[in-house]
Design a protein around this ligand. Structure first.
Ligand code: PLP
Length: 381
């Protein structure tokens, strides 16, 4: 019988170590491996190509997305870059418009100079998506929910249209983690994560992964991994392996705290609106319930009065740390227009709706009453 998520999170890829029976996969801190004769070794020859700690993590992460192949990279952006490398010269890629700022920068400022072209399209509009498909279109890049506006893309619907045109579908699943959303089950070809966020979960490591069940795609990505060499070190792999063991319990708490805080903010007189897929007021609440098994800890809200009150609130928070990033056990708060999305040109920020009063929070797993008290104090005038 196939094991459940919580069990696989703890055991997949991690047999007790053969030499001494260590329960935790050791940190194989080595660049190279002894060979008994030229070309004769125990499966590993050089750590850029493969390392046993990394293998354990790759199997673990693949298992969480119900796939066979996980290919780890030194960051989420490096995983994204590997996928675009795989798509090859001349590829046209249709990307969700409201993607992670670093993804947008990588697409529009790096790969657009390396024989790829991109269109940024609101993929909640399926007809607009289809209208942008050209003969050279190779793939569609989905991020859902988006960052920071928490727009949802219907993965199954996009896959259905994409497949009619022979396009590959890639989903950045960082915000939900495989605990709450499994894009491959809706027909996506590749899932990408910034492991820096929920998978690592403790804000102590930067890493990325691409996951697929397709042998051919996996072979390409492994080739790019070892050839380009943006690989994570064994210590980083150990940290993410330790993180995924508690992914299920952490995600449950992020979700519970997220729901409570969203409802509380929604009722606060100083808050103009709250954008959280778990609120009935979210325009895609029904899709959220269908596509995700929970709503998670990410939300955005707009404070009344714009930049000045928003800045004051950010400075007054004590438990919520003013910092970029998300997905860790500690609660973080940030200002997208000035911080995470500063690399997005102002006119595009405007178009997307990332205005000056917009604040994004990553709800941690502290006691929710302390988090609410912190926000209450910060929102008081
Ligand atoms: C952080 C993030 C990335 C990039 O990951 P890094 O590990 O910072 O390189 C990509 N996508 C999303 C949704 C992210 O939040």
């Amino acid at each position: 019988m196939s094991q459940r998520f919580e069990t696989r999170a703890i055991h997949a890829g991690q047999e007790p170590e053969p030499a001494y029976g260590a329960v935790c996969t050791p940190v194989y801190m080595t660049s190279t491996f002894a060979q008994s004769a030229p070309g004769v070794h125990k499966g590993y020859d050089y750590s850029r190509a493969d390392n046993p700690t990394r293998t354990a993590l790759e199997q673990n992460l693949a298992s969480l997305e119900n796939a066979r192949h996980g290919i780890c990279f030194a960051s989420g952006c490096a995983a994204t870059a590997a996928v675009i490398h795989w798509l090859g010269q001349g590829a046209h890629i249709i990307s969700m418009d409201d993607v992670y700022g670093g993804t947008r920068r990588l697409f529009s400022q790096v790969f657009s100079k390396a024989a790829r072209t991109f269109d940024f399209v609101d993929l909640t509009d399926l007809d607009a998506f289809e209208q942008h498909i050209k003969p050279e279109t190779a793939a569609v890049w989905i991020e859902t929910p988006t960052n920071p506006l928490m727009k949802l893309v219907d993965i199954e619907a996009v896959v259905e249209r994409a497949k009619r045109h022979g396009l590959k579908v890639i989903v950045d699943n960082t915000f939900m983690s495989p605990y709450f959303q499994q894009p491959l089950s809706f027909g996506a070809d590749v899932v990408v994560h910034s492991c820096t966020k929920y998978l690592g979960g403790h804000s102590d490591v930067v890493m990325g992964v691409a996951i697929t069940d397709d042998d051919g795609i996996a072979e390409h990505l492994h080739f790019i991994q070892k050839s380009v060499g943006a690989t994570p070190g064994p210590m980083d792999c150990f940290l993410v392996l330790r993180g995924t063991k508690t992914l299920a319990v952490r995600m449950k708490q992020h979700d519970e705290n997220g729901r409570r805080i969203a409802a509380w903010l929604d009722a606060h007189p100083a808050v103009e609106r709250v954008i959280y897929p778990g609120l009935e007021s979210h325009p895609q609440h029904e899709l959220a319930k269908r596509q995700m098994n929970g709503f998670g800890g990410m939300m955005s809200f707009v404070v009344k009065g714009g930049l000045e009150p928003a800045t004051r609130l950010l400075k007054r928070c004590k438990i919520f740390t003013l910092a970029e990033s998300l997905g860790g056990v500690e609660s973080l708060i940030e200002h997208p227009a000035i911080m995470t999305h500063a690399s997005v040109p102002p006119e595009i920020r405007q178009e997307l709706g990332i205005d000056d009063g917009l604040i994004r929070i990553s709800t941690g797993i502290e006691h929710v009453d302390d988090l609410i008290a912190d926000l209450a104090f910060a929102l008081e005038s």
